[in-house]
Design a protein around this ligand. Structure first.
Ligand code: GLN
Length: 316
């Protein structure tokens, strides 16, 4: 009997390029978010994919140098900062369970006495932002978040899209409802306007796929920044942030994402997803069209293909 020869490891650069080429041609792109008016102006045909491997090699294809609104992907970084500040005390204000509900749902908050299910739904991320803000002026808190991203990505050019922030500040009525509701239970310590001001602005940070994939590297390397070797967070914390990304990073689409992609990931309504293959790669993908849960439609499909071809699922 002839033994099948072992398949050669696929070439990452070719895989990334093939995926980007295919995704750029696909007609089924989902719907660009329009509830934040400024986001509706984004070109739905954009697609970018960047993989930063464990050894620092970068594979990039498509629109990976175009900045986009990271929106809820910022919640990974605000959670990291808030845990650094408050430690496990943070878990008094926010839970760690998947919500099974849309990202801006209000109904669960009432049943659970103003304590949001997890740090990645809007209510949870607003509570996390409130923690970062305590003891600071809003401008200082925002500066801290922005500098953290610039440091992780090794890129001081990362900034905030003020038009997007203003657009959400004008129309973010749901978030005002969520924040006021939590305030009534004493979950928020700061004035609602201040906390939401910081929240809207960190959601409006604009990054390229290249910058986002660089910023995710510490989660690949058990909390270490591979460029300097310095610890950003302890290994245990990095594992736990990855666990929350896997279970809660895509709202009511988290189960489907884990089932199809098998990697920790965090999406945003700007169409970006940061995914982590622990020990292997940090991945950023951007396609502005969303599915019905508010997650990038082609972004998820691209990650599913990438994880399958590279054998990166955390489930083996
Ligand atoms: N800024 C957005 C909001 O609060 C973030 C939501 C998201 O990306 N899912 O609605």
């Amino acid at each position: 009997m002839k033994l099948a020869s072992k398949a050669a490891m696929p070439d990452l650069e070719t895989v990334v390029k093939d995926i980007a080429d295919e995704m750029r041609r696909r007609p089924d792109r989902g719907e660009v978010a329009s509830y934040i008016p400024e986001l509706a102006r984004v070109d739905p045909s954009a697609f970018g994919l960047v993989v930063v491997g464990a050894d620092g090699t970068v594979a990039a294809s498509g629109d990976c140098e175009t900045p986009f609104s990271i929106q809820s992907v910022s919640k990974v970084f605000t959670l990291t900062l808030a845990l650094g500040k408050a430690g496990d005390r943070l878990w008094r204000k926010v839970g760690r369970e998947p919500s099974g509900s849309p990202f801006n749902s209000i109904v669960q908050l009432e049943r659970e006495c103003g304590i949001p299910r997890n740090p990645f739904i809007n209510a949870g991320a607003i509570a996390v932002t409130d923690e970062i803000l305590s003891g600071h002026e809003p401008r200082e808190a925002l500066g801290e978040i922005l500098r953290f991203l610039q440091f992780l990505a090794e890129d001081s050019s990362i900034g905030i899209d003020e038009a997007v922030a203003a657009s959400e500040q004008r129309t973010g009525f749901r978030n005002f409802a969520l924040a006021n509701y939590m305030k009534s239970f004493g979950v928020l310590d700061n004035p609602v306007d201040f906390t939401l001001g910081v929240y809207f602005h960190h959601c409006a940070i604009a990054m390229t796929c290249q910058q986002l994939a660089m910023a995710g590297r510490f989660l690949v390397h058990l909390g270490r920044d591979p460029a300097t070797g310095h610890s950003v967070v302890q290994p245990e914390r990095a594992r736990r942030i990855n666990a929350l990304m896997l279970t809660c990073g895509h709202y009511d689409g988290s189960g489907e994402f884990a089932y199809r992609v098998g990697l920790p990931g965090k999406s945003g309504v700007g169409g970006g997803i940061l995914a982590i293959a622990p020990g292997k790669a940090s991945i950023a993908v951007w396609s502005p069209g969303l599915d019905t849960s508010g997650n990038s439609r082609l972004g998820r499909i691209a990650l599913e293909t990438l994880a399958r071809k590279m054998g990166w699922s955390i489930f083996g």
